[in-house]
Design a protein around this ligand. Structure first.
Ligand code: ZN
Length: 587
């Protein structure tokens, strides 16, 4: 798929990057640029920068960077064509792709269709005789028919070939069914259903596409729950169950649970803002997705030990991404599903009460440690105070800290001021630690020591700096690029990554193409590498582009080349001695 350069540049000109990034990130003006909290990694002080002048962004904390197209792709996990389509739609530009235009895009559409057919097939099986066991399971859990239909629940037959046969009959290619992770090929070259004898939960994205399935066994096989593996349309770590419904609930908070059945029972009881992860521990991508959809989350995990551990971890991650957290503790039941079911008619009202009485995350953590201590005992009191102060030092709100300090002082019988003093001590330690951590993170991506993108940099610091300045000058001043390229070529560039960038520049010039970031994507640069190119471009300042400065960069690169050759002579390589003499002659 080749889109014309004019089209892309108009598209980018009309889709202002600060506006689009601003839909996801709270940006603050800093000089000519805008800064905000990076949406791609966890941080508390902003290191994410938007450069409106050249329509790009770069994060000094994690190295993500690129143009508005790259941003939307990373943010929404769209493919290239989808992104262009969205941006074109947004500003009313005509954009149509023909059937054969993009193979990956068409494959995705195909997988959506296959998934939808599979969901319909599973649903039919659930209400037939063969689905009896699964249907009984749902009925035993008081799930109503309308809920079954609402969530599109289904049953995958035990035989192991019924879905495959059905999809083949209606015209789908088996290889595509495998790509959708609905079948696999046996050693005997037969196609076999991936899900067998399981209750099926379709996972639907915000646009209404069936992207994957969760599946609970109706037999004794393990694991009890399985999911679709990652496919071209699904990434387990970046999706949430029922977010499509929760988004439409009109509520400004979400109830986060652990399981599919919790979500379904809650929705049936009217809590249609309930969501769940997909069976594994909450991932950073899922947390970012939650943060984009709600300012507050009510965590309602299982009440057993693993559930509490998982809740503590989820709370930490949510808070680190600026989501306010509350925690529901469920009395005398394993999980929200069981609680609502066993309370019968009153389940709904009682759960609503639980939500109204949900604790702040700090309260939840304090209650968790209090259980360990006997507060009649002085030693226990001191340890409790120490541990509680550490928790309170993690509160970002000073009023909240004060409120708990008062409560704590009454509880253990010490003055409020001494509790606050203790908290202050940990607060200072924590601030120092946080700053150090974030500084280290930024340093990691800006220093050469850990440079995973340009690995040659650490041994060629001087050359790499000159190369980067030169590249920045060329890209920011296309008019003088031909002149510079007549004096120096990619062969002279010493460090590997910069050499590749330089080669791309040479080809773009030869093909009469602009230095637009999206044009660099044509040369197999990864997202991280595009981020680095963006950083090089954005580090430009006018004094870097003077004639003298440019001559200096070229001189440094030439010097470093000679030095490197000299180093080889010290290693007594005969060939390099010859080369060195040649190079001296040509100077
Ligand atoms: Zn970042």
């Amino acid at each position: 798929m080749i889109l014309s350069e004019d089209f892309i540049s108009e598209l980018k000109a009309r889709n202002d990057i600060s506006e689009i990034v601003g839909e996801y990130v709270n940006l603050q003006q800093k000089g000519k640029n805008l800064m905000g909290i990076c949406p791609f990694h966890s941080e508390r002080t902003p290191s994410f920068c938007v450069y409106p002048a050249n329509g790009s962004f770069y994060c000094f904390g994690c190295g993500a960077g690129g143009d508005v197209i790259t941003f939307l792709r990373l943010m929404e996990h769209y493919d290239y064509i989808e992104t262009v389509q969205k941006l074109a739609q947004r500003v009313g530009m005509d954009f149509e792709i023909s059937e054969e235009d993009n193979i990956l895009h068409n494959k995705k559409l195909l997988i959506y269709r296959i998934n939808r057919e599979a969901a319909k097939f599973y649903h039919k099986c659930l209400i037939q005789d063969k689905g009896n066991k699964a249907l009984t399971y749902l009925k035993n859990r008081s799930i109503l028919n309308k809920t079954i239909v609402h969530f599109g629940l289904g049953y995958s037959p035990a035989s192991g070939y019924e879905l495959v046969d059905y999809l083949r009959k209606i015209g789908y290619n088996m290889e595509d069914v495998v790509l959708a992770d609905l079948a696999f090929k046996s050693r005997g070259e037969r196609y076999i259903d991936r899900f067998r004898n399981r209750l099926m939960f379709p996972i639907i994205d915000a646009r209404g596409n069936v992207v994957a399935f969760g599946a609970r066994t109706m037999g004794n096989d393990l694991p009890k729950y399985i999911n679709t593996s990652d496919t071209p349309v699904f990434k387990k770590s970046s999706n949430l169950f029922a977010l499509n419904f929760a988004k439409r609930s009109g509520k400004d908070n979400l109830i986060l649970t652990e399981g599919y059945m919790d979500v379904i029972t809650l929705h049936q009881a009217g809590f249609d803002n309930a969501i769940a992860g997909l069976g594994t521990a909450l991932t950073l991508n899922q947390v970012k997705l939650i943060a984009r959809n709600a300012g507050e989350v009510i965590v309602s995990y299982d009440s057993d030990q693993p559930g509490r551990k998982a809740a503590t971890k989820a709370i930490e991650m949510l808070k680190n991404n600026s989501v306010a957290v509350k925690v529901v503790t469920i009395p005398k039941a394993k999980d929200p599903d069981e609680y609502i079911r066993t309370q019968g008619e009153k389940g709904k009202i009682k759960f609503k009460k639980l939500i109204e009485n949900s604790k702040s995350d700090t309260e939840y953590k304090l209650a968790g440690i209090k259980e360990k201590y006997n507060l009649e005992n002085d030693e226990d009191k001191i340890e409790y105070l120490t541990e509680a102060s550490k928790i309170l030092a993690n509160c970002y709100n000073p009023i909240e800290r004060e409120v708990y300090a008062i409560r704590l002082s009454a509880e253990i019988g010490v003055s409020k001021s001494s509790v606050l003093l203790q908290i202050e001590k940990y607060l200072k330690q924590k601030k120092k630690k946080d700053r150090k951590k974030e500084f280290k993170n930024v340093e990691k991506f800006t220093s050469a020591i850990n440079d995973g993108i340009n690995v040659d940099k650490r041994n060629n610091l001087r050359a790499a700096a000159a190369e980067e300045s030169l590249i920045s000058c060329i890209i920011n001043n296309p008019g003088i690029s031909k002149g510079i390229l007549s004096k120096i070529s990619a062969n002279d560039i010493i460090t590997g990554f910069n050499k590749r960038v330089f080669e791309a520049i040479e080809e773009l010039v030869a093909n009469d193409k602009s230095f637009d970031i999206s044009n660099f994507s044509l040369y197999n640069f990864s997202f991280e590498e595009i981020g680095r190119i963006t950083k090089i471009i954005c580090s430009y300042s006018p004094q870097m582009g003077t004639k003298d400065a440019i001559s200096e960069y070229i001189k440094i690169i030439n010097d470093e080349n000679v030095k490197n050759q000299f180093k080889n002579i010290e290693n007594n390589s005969e060939e390099s001695i010859k080369k060195y003499i040649e190079s001296l002659k040509s100077k």
